[in-house]
Write a protein that binds this ligand. Structure first.
Ligand code: MOS
Length: 736
């Protein structure tokens, strides 16, 4: 079952509209609708707020502002991860960023709420905000930590001496813009009071456990009284790792009114209220010998942060494990701006970091007159060069070679701007990819019912990636059941808890826990049958047991699982399986566990208008064992396409006067659409099995696709035109 291209088991529910998303849980009763009023300044203070007209408008039940909002728990920095912390809203008159909620208007219909929101009168005294990264980029400080608990700075050898002595050098500055996750389903929540003091929270989120703690901490409730329900999520990419104002405001209003309240963000509000990938300025220095061997690597990054909620993407962290070099430096610095907090956006840090580093490697190859694939192969390390531990299962060179062969890399134009087809200048580019693999605590319960069907329960989410499908496969294999006799029950905080979907860890954590729960359940079933004189398996050797097709067989004897359950566990039988935090798993300290890839892209650039078109793209990955090649390919190609967008299109622009994102909709914030992506795009995965990662040998795939893929496109643009753009995205005016 594992490794088969099984169709999505939840596909029919989604295609027929029966999969309920956060805003669609009508079973909770007729809800009220809340609409968020956002600040129209980016920094300052509310001097007057008048809700009288709004309160008198048709259908309005409540207008909540800082003047009547309930007391809330504080953000508690002793809780290790932001997403589990309280997120208090409407706490006072101060404005910290443009669009910050200043009121929630609750009415009988959405239209009434939105209409009345316009009647809330707010006057401000605007302060002078820091909105422009370029203006304040030199005013930096060292973050407390880098995302995922990584060190802010590292140093190995003597970089200055190594770089000074290098025969060929690259020393360049790259900049990357604000980017957004922007899943199809905007952040949304419906909160329904239940019983005396409970809240049922239907919310679009990636980590159910975090949502529960965050709601409970904010509303100062017992977490057991908060019940998160999130069976279907329309995309996340980081924007739903935590919950946001929609959930907290809906919960406070539901409690105040004793009725279900739902709040969704408009698309424009998603741009202002959820957080974005920080903008960055990155200096990359590479020093090599004429033979291409790197002597010195440095990656120094400055990013924006919100002053109240510090966030530093791990932008310079990727290079720590990528290439060999005796002399190395990395650093992360922050500059505080009065903008929404930076947050995780798919491959946080790794995506913008690889865009710069892999562009710099292309610049080095050009300076050396060396093939960029060969340059990377020459710098393949034997151990992780900064952690000084072996790699668990590194196949970057195989990805590079296989990708080059399949793509026809040998046809690359040898000199930039040398090949033209009609209007089009043609170029090839490539990049390496690496991304760390993580493991977090996850518990899964597997239950075998008296009718012989299995139910798998965990608070794990499926954010569109295929969790339902792969857990069905792993459970079916683990118990020897046909796929249709395994049912997956996800996204409820009342189930055993997990680290949810994020960081490319969701599939492997939850699958490993299912695998272990199935093993424990098999043992229970075998113990029962072998010790029972009524069973045909009585007294047989359990090590020879084979579970298949709903039966367990030992030698010539066999019995249906259903029979064993009926006799010994008439109410069903269950077992749990777990994964643990990687910090407690020696494999994760003894080995450098990563996924790898190599991207190859061909572009055409219009010689007159500089319009750039991707013509084809191929990437080869090594990610350990794959659960389902169909869902895996979708993940990988999705990441690759996002990288194309990062190279050529995506950029949120801040108004330096107000701190508002000026292009806060899909008309102004460009992402690749079908017309931007050629049919000739493919992701190939090498056969693999990483025995250090987990007993299934699988690693995460959600994020490695975007790592480096933008650089392959950028490098192809250089090969086509001879113009190197270091300020991403590479839009037309920068090429002219
Ligand atoms: Mo991902 S940025 O951890 O959802």
């Amino acid at each position: 079952m594992i490794g088969q291209a099984v169709n999505r088991v939840d596909g029919p529910l989604k295609a027929t509209g029966r999969a309920a998303y956060a805003y669609e849980h009508w079973e909770a009763g007729q809800p009220l609708y809340g609409f968020i009023v956002g600040a129209t300044i980016g920094k300052g203070r509310i001097t007057r707020i008048d809700t009288e007209d709004a309160e008198g408008a048709p259908g309005v039940q409540l207008v909540m502002t800082y003047l009547n909002a309930p007391a809330q728990g504080p953000r508690d920095e002793s809780i290790p991860f932001e997403y589990w912390r309280a997120q208090p809203m409407l706490t006072g008159p101060d404005i910290h960023f443009y669009g910050e909620p200043v009121a929630l208007v609750v009415a009988e219909t959405f239209e009434q709420a939105r209409d009345a929101a316009d009647l809330v009168e707010v006057e401000y005294r605007a302060g002078r905000g820091r909105f422009d990264f370029g203006e304040f980029e030199d005013d930096t400080y060292i973050p407390k930590t880098v995302n995922a608990g990584l060190p802010t700075d590292t140093a190995v050898g003597d970089f200055d001496a190594g770089f000074a002595g290098a025969e060929v050098k690259v020393d360049q500055q790259y900049t990357t813009p604000y980017e957004f996750s922007m899943p199809i389903e905007p952040n949304a929540s419906m909160v329904a009071p239940h019983g005396d003091d409970d809240l049922v929270v239907y919310v679009s989120c990636q980590i159910t456990d975090a949502a529960r703690d965050s709601v409970a901490g904010t509303l100062m409730m017992d977490p057991e009284r908060v019940h998160i329900v999130t069976p279907f999520v329309g995309g996340g990419f980081g924007s739903k790792l935590g919950i946001h104002s929609e959930t907290i405001l809906a919960a406070m209003a539901a409690r105040a009114l004793g009725r279900p309240v739902k709040v969704t963000l408009t698309r424009q509000q998603v741009f202002q209220l959820v957080g974005m990938r920080p903008t960055s300025s990155q200096r990359v220095r590479l020093g090599a010998g004429h033979d291409g061997r790197l002597a010195a690597i440095a990656h120094d990054v400055t990013m924006h942060t919100n002053p109240d909620v510090e966030y530093a993407e791990q932008t310079a962290a990727t290079v720590r494990s990528l290439y060999a070099a005796p002399h190395r430096l990395t650093s992360h610095r922050l500059t505080a701006l009065d903008l929404p907090r930076g947050t995780d956006v798919r491959a946080p840090g790794e995506a913008p970091g690889m865009l710069s580093v892999e562009s710099a490697m292309d610049e080095l190859a050009d300076a050396l007159g060396m093939d960029p694939v060969e340059l990377r192969i020459r710098n393949e390390p034997t151990v992780d060069p900064e952690r000084n531990v072996p790699y668990s299962d590194r196949h970057l060179v195989e990805c590079l070679r296989e990708g080059a062969r399949r793509f026809g890399w040998e046809n690359r134009p040898a000199t930039p701007a040398s090949v033209r087809e009609g209007r089009w200048l043609i170029g090839y580019g490539m990049s390496a990819a690496i991304r760390g693999h993580f493991q977090g605590p996850t518990t899964v319960r597997v239950r075998l019912e008296p009718d012989g069907t299995a139910v798998i329960q965990t608070d794990m989410t499926d954010i569109g990636t295929g969790t339902y499908t792969i857990l069905t496969q792993v459970g079916a294999e683990g118990l020897g059941l046909p796929l249709e006799r395994v049912r997956i029950d996800l996204g409820r905080s009342d189930h055993p808890s997990s680290w949810g979907s994020g960081g490319s860890w969701g599939a492997t954590n939850s699958s490993t826990a299912v695998h272990r729960a199935c093993a424990a359940l098999r043992t229970k079933l075998l113990d029962a049958a072998l010790g029972d004189t009524r069973s045909p398996l009585h007294g047989q050797d359990p090590s020879a047991a084979v579970f298949s097709d709903g039966d367990v067989a030992i030698g010539g004897a066999s019995e249906a699982l259903r029979e064993i359950v009926a006799r010994h566990h008439p109410d069903g039988v269950e077992a749990e399986g777990q994964t643990r935090f990687m910090g407690d798993d020696p494999n994760y300290s003894d080995y450098s566990i990563n996924t790898y890839g190599a991207h190859f892209a061909e572009v055409g650039v219009d010689a007159d208008t500089a319009e750039t078109r991707l013509r084809r793209m191929l990437s080869v990955f090594s990610v350990g064992r794959v659960f389902n090649p169909k869902t895996a390919r979708s993940q990988l190609i999705g990441g690759m396409i996002w990288g194309v967008g990062a190279a050529l299109e995506e950029e949120a622009v801040v108004d330096p006067r107000s701190g508002a994102f000026v292009n806060r909709d899909f008309a102004g914030y460009l992402v690749p659409v079908h017309g931007d992506i050629p049919a000739d795009i493919d992701a190939v995965v090498l056969e693999g099995y990483d025995d250090k990662a987990n007993p299934l040998g699988a690693k995460g795939i959600g994020e490695v696709g975007i790592c480096g893929s933008g650089a392959a496109v950028a490098n192809a643009v250089f090969n086509a035109t001879g113009v190197r753009v270091r300020d991403f995205p590479i839009t037309i005016e920068k090429l002219l």
